[in-house]
Ligand binder design. Structure first.
Ligand code: NI
Length: 258
């Protein structure tokens, strides 16, 4: 069974059919899903999913684009939600310099604060790094993220940067962008990651892989990512499935036989 390590079923694009979709996962070889959180407003909906579906786990955290109005009260909300046994990470947190909104200093402040929260709670982190590699790495180092580990979601760095990511005890997750034509750089990055540190994800409803690019994404398309990975690494899909699922369980400390 495949493990989609990053999806957003609380997104409004799933408001009509999230249950229908999630009910169809196991019959389609999707055995585990990590629902990633973007703001404290998402938490009630995410909790409905983790309570209803045994194979859905969650993170709680605030995406860099949502940090403008954050206060310490939000950190209390995250800490309280993280007490649920199916909350396995703090995320997605990080820096987004593509939009630069809110300003960088606000994004940096709350990225650092949420790393510290993860450390207090002894949870790994899910990192969103868009066009912000240098600052992301330096904040992770300053706040000793290597002690808690986690994952660079939708990895967009270079093959050279992989070494620095590994030194921080992070896993490296690849998604639909790997299947896009002209995506030479991610393929090189894939080859630079040791097999025991690779994860796969969809980031549903975003980043739909080929051949469905342009449509809404769902975890039912995770196999396209696995197949592309198998192709790049010259391995069988079965091996990729086994390896990435085991890695996901280890990354998020999930005790489950699958
Ligand atoms: Ni995401």
């Amino acid at each position: 069974m495949l493990f989609d390590t990053h999806a957003h079923y609380d997104d409004e694009r799933f408001s009509k059919d999230a249950d229908e979709l999630l009910s169809s996962m196991n019959a389609n070889n999707v055995g585990l899903i990590m629902n990633s959180c973007s703001s404290t407003d998402d938490i009630p909906r995410i909790f409905e999913f983790i309570k209803r579906y045994p194979f859905v786990y969650a993170s709680v955290g605030v995406h860099p684009s949502e940090t403008e109005k954050l206060t310490e009260k939000d950190m209390d909300i995250l800490a309280e939600a993280a007490a649920h046994p199916k909350v396995k990470a703090i995320g997605e947190i990080g820096l987004d310099y593509y939009y630069n909104d809110p300003p960088r200093d606000i994004q940096k402040k709350w990225f650092a604060r949420q790393i510290d929260l993860a450390r207090e709670l002894k949870l790994p982190i899910i990192i969103h790094d868009r066009d912000a590699h240098a600052d992301t790495l330096s904040i992770l180092r300053e706040h000793h993220a290597e002690d808690i580990g986690g994952v660079f979601h939708c990895y967009s760095g270079s093959a050279e940067m992989v070494r620095e990511v590994l030194d921080l005890n992070m896993y490296v997750a690849f998604g639909g962008t790997l299947t896009f034509k002209k995506s030479v750089r991610p393929a090189e990055a894939v080859k630079a990651v040791p097999l025991d540190r690779i994860l796969i994800e969809t980031d549903s409803p975003y980043l739909t892989p080929e051949p469905h690019r342009g449509k809404r994404n769902s975890s039912l398309y995770i196999h396209y990512v696995a197949e592309k990975l198998a192709d790049i690494l010259d391995m069988s899909c079965d091996d990729i499935e086994k390896i990435t699922t085991e890695n996901g369980l280890r990354c998020f400390n999930i005790q489950e036989d699958i």
